[in-house]
Design a protein around this ligand. Sequence first.
Ligand code: NAP
Length: 238
Amino acid sequence: MKTAVITGASRGIGAATARAFSKAGYNVVINYNKSEKEAFALCKELENAVCVKADVSTEEGARLLISEAARVFGGVDVLVNNAGEALCKMVSDTSLSEWKRLFAVNVESTFLCSKFASEYMVRQKSGRIINVSSMWGVKGASVEAAYSASKAAVIGFTKALARELGPSGITVSAVAPGVIDTDMNAHLSDADKRALCDETPLCRIGTPEEVAAAILWLASDAASFVTAQVLGVDGGFI
Ligand code: NAP
């Protein structure tokens, strides 16, 4: 049985991804940081799941998560770097500490978890790493420069790591979701949501399950010759 580690799986896209992998027959490691109640409830709901509290923006947290996955299930076959935070601020109002915090949560977590998980994957000469970027990392969002830059960094990291790990039989790709109905967008007004829907060819906001399905596909045998790609899951927005 293969093991999938999903960072930030207590809520939103991460929780939907944990459900999708569990349903597909994987052992699932549900990582959370603050939302313990949600993570425990999800863990109870799923078969072959454990939850691990770890702040993956720190080296100790990322190391603990991957070593716990290996201790409980014997290794890591799939890593989904999903944990993330947003920041809606003009550059002129963004402090250096806010910028650094966003890069720690969105980029350094991706680097650290990939670094530790790839040790197991290289040894077994197989593995899948799927990073959750954003369409704003491709296009750039107004009033979200720090977030857009962090998600663009995730794309650069994905493409470079795919080259580095390809010879070891490991694929590395990213998804770039559009506007998805999760807590991250709870601050949007109805008018903001309508405007975003108007710009989307499919005329609606996406669901966490739709992003999870794309991630599951990238981890599947059907995607065995797919690496270094950024798969838009954005209703055609980009
Ligand atoms: P969400 O509902 O706010 O969930 C964020 C998740 O990340 C939570 O489970 C949270 O866990 C976890 N997390 C945050 N910081 C963490 C840390 N330091 N260590 C471990 N876990 C941490 O957001 P979402 O919309 O599902 O977003 C998931 C990913 O998709 C993010 O990378 C986001 O940038 C990306 N994305 C979202 C959208 C969208 O429209 N929603 C679009 C494009 C990309 P705790 O609550 O347990 O701390």
